[in-house]
Design a protein around this ligand. Structure first.
Ligand code: HDD
Length: 697
């Protein structure tokens, strides 16, 4: 962040936070607990300007929430290129200069829910980045999925009305599992590719820090001579892409509706700064028509196997906002905020967005001066003849607010790339209201996505369709949606039809072949790290204190967020007199809030835990959700005999089966073999081959 920006933010921050209580006019007041009244039991007086001002301001605290993406969380950070290789393709300085760290604000969001809705709903996630570049603000307003539901922005109001709560009763909140959404999907087959993504694990991110981001549209890079190259933007998370299970999501929505927001905040507060790599797919202008889909169609990906994603630089988020409303709520993104070296294409979805975002900010932020809000201000200097309007913060001096004028101010800039110049694309055509014929294949890439999924990802997709369509009340809507799946893959359609107990139409499926793109499977993104994974250590009086201390230390050393949960918070009296403190009471948490669980030794402790329904449920649920379970010594007795039907629990030494790591003794073993095994399982995120059918959900 530039010094100037920091200075301005500091000044804004200081405002209203120091000194004695005053009114908005700076008049000090000494009493704000009782209204001014005629006698202690008498009526309140109109002349109580302090009470009136205080209440009036409160009455006006809310602004309209975003019409979509209302629920979100954001943070500051920086972007820095690795080197200057992109100079060949773009004049945008922030992408070319490896010495330059450009300040950013990133806001993540869900799409359908309102501002107070839960984080872990099945939905697309927004991934919007504002780069405060020296050439002006650049906004990359993307999602965690590389395609979109519709091809032309004129359908956006229809799509959003369909997915939002139904208008008569405003039910359901933040969910696509209802009639109007599936009605729209069935009748608008261009949605199908994106619907496959929405039914996949991508819609259930474990963390904003573990999501990919995509610019979605094909954009253009423009070099210093005005030559263009098509580009697709990608964000790849350093921690890999990981998801929650649907059952977890639903439970977390009750246990901790702020799960993803809290995760981002805590990671940054603890210094574990989230990181992504920016990558680009570059396509020469002359290859515009080299694909079997249209590059301008936002329901299509350019498979990475066809055009590799080339690394450009890294994004690091290292500072939480000071004030949610001032920063995260008031940040105003706009796809048309671009800088020299980047330009649009004729993607009809992008073209509509270039109108919509400015328009929406005008109503949401109450007028045309929202770019003056601290979080929206460019670090580049701003000079123009735009004047006045609601919320004008600047005191423009002089007489000239028009151009040309005698003083010649503000001066017209020099040449590209100092000034923005539109890419000189040649266009011609008749005015028509018509979708290009090259946009008509709606199922080829939906099939590509399905073919690219691992078996477990396919299982989750089938289960998601069954859940969502199971909530649809009108049979024809459900049947049409399932029938659409036939065009993607007969196996998929059959499994969903069986799950719903409906008859599949007897018609041939379309043939797409078995083409796949391995890069689409998130199981191929797993990174070799346990950084910031959350592990619960269940403890009680009588615990093996030394052993538990070692587990705790080793996990933390590996970067894990390890917490001791006990029946009560506070000191635990360990069997060996070691000093241990519970971070939280087990009944205030739940296994769904962790990535794994360890039960250390200590017969007394394990007996207490075994008698505690919360603790037993905790381990069983973690097991059910395919999480690493570590059981040491007496910890192996946490569950009633035979409940964990995993071979090896009774064996000597350290043993792992289906991600349940057990050791028959404490001490030495805890330090090495047990921990190594446990950490290896944790790196894999989940144990997908674990048999769990015998454990109730
Ligand atoms: Fe949009 C917000 C992403 C299509 C109209 N959109 C919004 C945000 C993201 C996206 C991440 C939240 C920004 C923030 O955190 O403040 N939108 C997308 C993507 C799209 C897309 C990736 C397709 C590729 N959007 C889209 C279309 C339209 C809009 C076609 C309208 C024609 N989007 C809006 C909006 C929002 C918005 C109404 C709501 C609040 C805001 O802009 O600032 O203008």
């Amino acid at each position: 962040m530039s010094e100037d920006k920091i200075r301005r933010l500091d000044a804004d921050r200081r405002h209203g936070e120091q000194g004695a209580l005053t009114t908005q006019q700076g008049v000090q007041v000494d009493h704000t607990d009782d209204s001014l009244s005629a006698g202690a039991r008498g009526p309140t007086l109109l002349e109580d300007f302090h009470a009136r001002e205080k209440i009036t301001h409160f009455d006006h605290e809310r602004i309209p929430e975003r019409v979509v993406h209302a629920r979100g969380a954001g943070a500051y950070g920086f972007f820095q290129p690795y080197d200057s290789w992109l100079s060949e393709y773009t004049a945008a300085e922030f992408l070319r200069d490896p010495e330059l760290a450009t300040p950013v604000f990133v806001r993540f969001s869900t799409v359908a829910g309102s501002r107070g809705s839960a984080d872990t709903v099945r939905d697309v996630r927004g991934f919007a980045t504002k780069f405060y570049t020296r050439q002006g603000n650049y906004d990359l307003v993307g999602n965690n999925m590389p395609v979109f539901f519709i091809q032309d922005g004129i359908k956006f109001p229809d799509f959003v009305h369909a997915v939002k709560p139904e208008p008569d009763n405003e039910i359901p909140q933040a969910q696509s599992a209802h009639d109007t959404f599936w009605d729209f999907v069935g009748l608008q087959p261009e949605t199908l590719h994106m619907v496959m993504w929405l039914m996949s694990d991508r819609a259930l991110p474990r963390s904003y820090r573990m999501m990919q981001g995509f610019g979605v549209h094909t954009f253009r890079l423009v070099d210093g001579h005005g030559n263009g190259t098509f580009v697709k933007f990608h964000w790849k998370p350093r921690l890999g892409v990981h998801s929650l299970l649907w059952d977890e999501c639903q439970k977390i929505a009750g246990k901790d509706p702020d799960f993803n927001r809290r995760d981002l905040w805590d990671a940054i507060e603890s210094g574990a700064y989230p990181e992504w790599e920016l990558g680009v797919q570059l396509i020469a202008e002359e290859d515009e028509h080299a694909f079997d889909f249209d590059l301008l169609d936002p329901t299509k990906v350019v498979p990475e196997e066809q055009v590799p994603v080339e690394p450009v630089g890294r994004l690091v988020l290292n500072r939480n906002p000071d004030n949610f409303f001032a920063e995260t709520e008031q940040i105003a993104f706009h796809t048309a905020n671009i800088v020299p070296g980047i330009d649009f294409t004729n993607d009809p979805l992008l073209q509509a967005r270039n109108f919509s975002y400015l328009d929406t900010q005008l109503i949401r932020l109450g007028g045309p001066n929202f770019a003056q809000l601290p979080v929206n201000r460019p670090v580049a200097e701003v000079h123009n003849n735009q004047r006045d309007g609601y919320g004008q913060n600047l005191v423009h001096t002089g007489k000239h607010a028009y151009f040309p004028n005698a003083s010649g101010c503000p001066a017209i800039g020099g040449a590209f790339p100092e000034v923005f110049a539109h890419y000189q694309e040649k266009v011609s055509g008749k005015k028509v209201r018509q979708r290009s014929a090259s946009f008509t294949d709606h199922v080829g890439q939906a099939a590509l996505f399905w073919n690219s999924m691992s078996e477990i990802e396919q299982q989750h997709i089938v289960a998601a369709f069954c859940f969502e369509l199971g909530k649809v009340t009108m049979p024809p809507i459900r049947e049409r949606a399932v029938d659409r799946l036939l065009d993607i893959d007969r196996g998929l359609a059959t499994r969903v039809a069986e799950g719903l107990g409906i008859q599949l139409a007897d018609r041939p499926r379309r043939e797409h072949g078995e083409v796949s793109s391995p890069a689409l499977s998130q199981l191929n993104t797993t990174m070799d790290t346990v950084d910031t994974r959350r592990v619960a250590i269940l403890a009680a009086d009588g615990i093996d204190g030394l052993g538990t201390g070692k587990v705790l230390e080793a996990l933390r050393e590996a970067g894990v967020v390890a917490e001791i949960l006990a029946p009560q918070e506070g000191l635990i009296s360990a069997a060996d007199g070691a000093n241990l403190r519970a971070d939280r009471a087990v009944n205030t948490m739940a296994s769904v809030l962790y990535d794994g669980v360890v039960v250390p030794g200590g017969a007394g402790a394990v007996e207490t835990l075994r008698a505690d329904g919360y603790a037993v449920h905790f381990v069983l649920e973690a097991y059910k959700h395919a999480k690493p379970v570590g059981l040491c010594g007496a910890g192996r007795d946490i569950l009633p005999d035979g409940v964990l039907d995993v071979a090896g629990l009774g064996r000597n030494g350290v043993f792992e089966e289906h991600g349940v790591v057990s050791s028959d003794a404490t001490g030495e073993l805890l330090e090495d073999a047990f921990l190594q095994r446990f950490l290896t399982v944790l790196k894999g995120h989940r144990v997908w081959d674990r048999p769990t059918a015998h454990i109730p959900a």
